[in-house]
Design a protein around this ligand. Structure first.
Ligand code: HEC
Length: 170
């Protein structure tokens, strides 16, 4: 009995430790430098601005994105690119979902050298935050938390499809 209790305590300690260490859900796409960059609403703007930028003319979801990230660095996150896994480029372009399992899209914060990754598992969007080299830098709460990504990308169902919020812009 004592032994069983000990095992149960060990198990709950391990579960506790896992909860305290935030982890990206989407895998790091090691070949990201080979992915193709696309022109979108955001990349045409060119950068995620600082908190004093006037973004009142942008769609609400973009205003919220700026409000969430303008503080992560002085002057805002800066230059961005959107990269799409070549294997799912036609799905990205069609913007109707049905992504296969695996990492699909990246919001590359170029000045910060950070990758925001969206992938899929069984049709559900998953998120991740990595350095360019692949170190998981997702957080338990705040702007780099999986729940923050999910609240916007999965939550904005009127705007985003299976976690894809952007679209091609000319
Ligand atoms: C408040 C809303 C909001 C939050 C929070 C947010 N995003 Fe986004 N994200 C957007 C919008 C809007 C776009 C589309 C930008 C464009 O025009 O290309 C986008 C683009 C992206 C893209 C490019 C593919 C796409 O969906 O267009 C990825 C990948 C991405 N975000 C991942 C993340 C991750 C990972 C997090 C959490 C760390 C996150 N995002 C947090 C709104 C948000």
């Amino acid at each position: 009995m004592k032994k069983v209790l000990g095992l149960m305590l060990l198990a709950s300690a391990l579960i506790g430790a896992a909860a305290a260490n935030a982890a990206s859900e989407a895998a790091y796409p090691a070949d990201w430098q080979k992915w193709s960059s696309v022109s979108t609403t955001l990349t045409k703007i060119g950068a995620l601005p600082g908190c004093d930028a006037d973004v009142g003319t942008l769609p609400l979801i973009y205003q919220e994105t700026v409000a969430t990230y303008c503080n992560v660095r002085q002057g805002g996150p800066g230059a961005v690119a959107v990269l799409v896994n070549p294997a799912v480029k036609s799905i990205y372009e069609a913007r109707v979902g049905k992504f296969p399992d695996g990492p699909a899209m990246i919001l590359h914060l170029k000045d910060m050298k950070v990758l925001f990754v969206t992938g899929h598992k069984d049709g559900q969007a998953q998120y991740g935050v990595y350095t360019e080299e692949g170190k998981d830098i997702s957080a338990e709460s705040g702007p780099l938390a999986m729940e923050t990504c999910r609240a916007c990308h999965t939550g904005y169902t009127a705007f985003c499809v299976e976690g894809q919020c952007g679209k091609l812009a000319k």
